[in-house]
Design a protein around this ligand. Structure first.
Ligand code: SAM
Length: 281
């Protein structure tokens, strides 16, 4: 059953509480963490095609690369390990920590705003957002834990990523929302993998995010879009796009184009982004 219906099986998310969790255990635990309507699902070597596209078309030796919606940073680390050189690699995600509280034999997880997002026990793994029944059944335990038990903060970065960050000052992580302008040094390349998906956001929101991403890049800067489709036999879809004034132009795409390809190339801000920049300055 697990082979055929793999995505309905979850590894124990409590692995993220263990100091000795292996990178793979930590990664697998991410699949069960849902915050703000998106899952933190990730994996090792999850988008080799996109990495290839970047390496084949861009000189990244002096690049500032920002990876938005990077989850625990596993796929960032995959790309970093293939880069000959780079200036900075920033692993960015809106949700980089959760809080855990143990109450009896169950562990309750909460997001940054204190919302209860998950309950885990030896025979239970349930998300309150998915059902009123779950909220009714475990809500009291979650509220009691929230009042009585001190929370444990858990950084949602893979142990291997944390190790790399400690050893390499070029690699950092920060909280960032894809819908908001990037603060600080403008990136040369922005990668967004499995975040701007139709399963998470309506097209209007995806376009809004794409407009913000365009404005974050200098003219000539690049955007990489990846999605891992749940379609039998279809490999990850990816595209590399260059900012050309107020638009994105296609540099290269995989044989199956990303599901939001036409939304990316449909963005047209004219000279609005530059006008915004000079008015900001
Ligand atoms: C399905 S995971 C993709 C992880 C990784 N990029 C990959 O392809 O394996 C989506 C990630 O986007 C993050 N996310 C959700 N909403 C976001 C937002 N508004 N801004 C930035 N990141 C967000 C989630 O926390 C999650 O880590």
């Amino acid at each position: 059953m697990q082979e055929r219906l793999g995505r309905f099986f979850w590894a124990d998310p409590r692995a993220i509480l263990r100091a000795d969790a292996s990178p793979e255990e930590f990664r697998r635990a991410m699949s069960a963490i849902e915050v703000g309507g998106t899952y933190k699902i990730t994996g090792a070597n999850r988008h080799p095609g996109a990495d290839e596209l970047m390496l084949a078309n861009l000189d990244l030796a002096d690049a500032v690369i920002v990876d938005i919606g990077a989850s625990d940073g596993s796929t960032s680390l995959d790309l970093i390990s293939k880069l000959g050189g780079f200036k900075q690699y920033i692993i960015a995600d809106k949700y980089l920590r959760v809080f855990a509280r143990e109450n009896g034999r169950k562990t309750y997880f909460y997001d940054d705003d204190g919302n209860w997002i998950l309950v885990v026990g030896s025979r239970v793994l349930a998300w309150p957002a998915t059902s009123g029944f779950i909220r009714a059944l475990f809500g009291r335990g979650a509220r009691t834990a929230a009042h009585r038990v001190a929370p444990r903060e858990v950084l949602l970065l893979n142990p291997a990523v944390q190790q790399r960050m400690a050893a390499d000052p070029r690699v950092t992580a920060r909280v960032h929302d894809v819908f908001l302008p990037w603060e600080g040094q403008a990136p040369d390349v922005i990668k967004v993998a499995n975040l701007l998906r139709r399963l998470y956001f309506p097209d209007a929101d995806i376009v809004r995010a794409l407009e913000v991403l365009l404005g974050n890049l200098p003219d000539g800067g690049h955007l990489v879009i990846v999605d891992n489709p749940r379609i039998d036999g279809m490999p990850p879809r990816c595209g590399l796009y260059r900012r050309d004034g107020g638009r994105f132009v296609v540099v290269a795409e995989s044989e199956n184009v990303p599901e939001i390809s036409t939304l990316v190339t449909g963005v047209d801000l004219g000279d609005r982004t530059d006008a915004q920049r000079s008015s900001d300055a």
